[in-house]
Design a protein around this ligand. Structure first.
Ligand SMILES: Nc1ncnc2c1ncn2[C@@H]1O[C@H](COP(=O)(O)OP(=O)(O)OP(=O)(O)O)[C@@H](O)[C@H]1O
Ligand SMILES: [Mg+2]
Length: 298
């Protein structure tokens, strides 16, 4: 288990984390959500000691990190971070050299390299130049870097940013495989679809504080993560007299299931920045809530 206890952090006098209690365990996918600038990346960087709390502590399996060279080395063997921007991470000229870099530095063997490249779908890319990879391929390579270290926890910062649908599907599959292999996976993401597909536990960070923690990605959470309350998406549920032009869906209780499915999709997409306006009649709101709840449990 990796956890932060009453963690405070500031860059200069800009306070970014204000007493964060966060916990992630093996064999589970822990999802951290929150709007831009909420402090997600800053929190993740504490999980392998890249940043040191101003106050509070980070513990690994109950043991407090003391920031000595030895304890940092140990921690980094167990917790690998994949950065939001692969260009910040990729250092070597070729794909094989890149994935070998971490294990070589840690005095480990190279057995995991082939497997790591295969897992992310970069088999056969060994001799390619990193600088000539596409954005999505670089993303996959940066994930292979982490897997090659065979850590107990893998931290992924925005793993699906910039990926197309097959790339997205591959990441979903990969995350599930890592979890099934017993790894703890921690993800910071804006991607509601990804969160829904792989998340076991959810945190929502707002203004440096955890404002939601739970194992359901449900309607309440959707509201909390911004569909209505915050900036990066909006769900407006109007009554029957909703302004014309605003109207996207008109529903009543016996609307066909496909319409409800489309609504549900639109709501989930809302977290990606769409504005969704529903015009509902009678008990539709209850039906929509039910749908979202059952979707959240899948
Ligand atoms: N090195 C830095 N120096 C000063 N301020 C920083 C630094 N890195 C981040 N910040 C600020 O700290 C706050 C939190 O940033 P952070 O990158 O943790 O947010 P985030 O939740 O990951 O955002 P995003 O969704 O955009 O990735 C932001 O206001 C950011 O401008
Ligand atoms: Mg970030």
């Amino acid at each position: 288990m990796i956890e932060t206890i009453d963690l405070w952090f500031s860059y200069g006098d800009r306070e970014v984390l204000k007493g964060v209690n966060f916990k992630a365990v093996r064999e589970k996918v822990t999802v951290l959500m929150g709007k831009n600038g909420a402090g997600k990346t800053t929190l993740l960087m504490h999980l392998n000691g890249l940043l040191k709390p101003k106050k509070g502590e980070v513990r690994f399996d109950g043991k407090k990190i003391d920031y000595s060279k030895k304890s940092l080395l140990e921690l980094r063997k167990k917790v690998s971070i994949v950065f939001q921007n692969p260009d910040e991470q990729i250092v070597a000229p070729t794909v094989w050299q890149e994935v070998a870099f971490g294990p070589a530095n840690a005095g480990m063997g190279f057995e995991k390299i082939g497997e790591a490249l295969k897992l992310v779908g970069l088999e056969g890319y060994e001799r390619r130049l990193c600088s000539q990879l596409s954005g999505g391929e670089k993303k996959k390579l940066s994930i292979a870097d982490a897997i090659a270290m065979d850590p107990e926890f893998i931290v992924l910062d925005e793993p699906t940013a910039g990926l197309d649908q097959p790339g997205f599907d591959a990441i979903v599959k990969l995350i599930k495989k890592l979890r099934n292999d017993g790894k703890g996976v921690i993800i910071a993401t804006h991607d509601f679809d990804l969160a829904k597909k792989v998340g076991d536990r959810f945190y929502y960070l707002d203004g440096g504080r955890i404002v939601y923690e739970g194992d359901q990605l449900n309607f309440e959470l959707a509201r909390k993560i911004g569909i209505r309350t915050y900036g990066f998406g909006e769900l407006v549920i109007s009554n029957e007299n909703g302004k014309s032009g605003d109207l996207i869906f008109v529903l009543n209780e016996d609307s066909p299931k496909e319409i409800f499915d489309r609504v549900l999709n639109a709501i989930l997409k809302a977290s990606e920045g769409h504005r969704v306006i529903l015009n509902f009649k009678n008990n539709c709101l209850e039906k929509i809530k039910e749908l979202i709840n059952s979707e959240g449990k899948k």
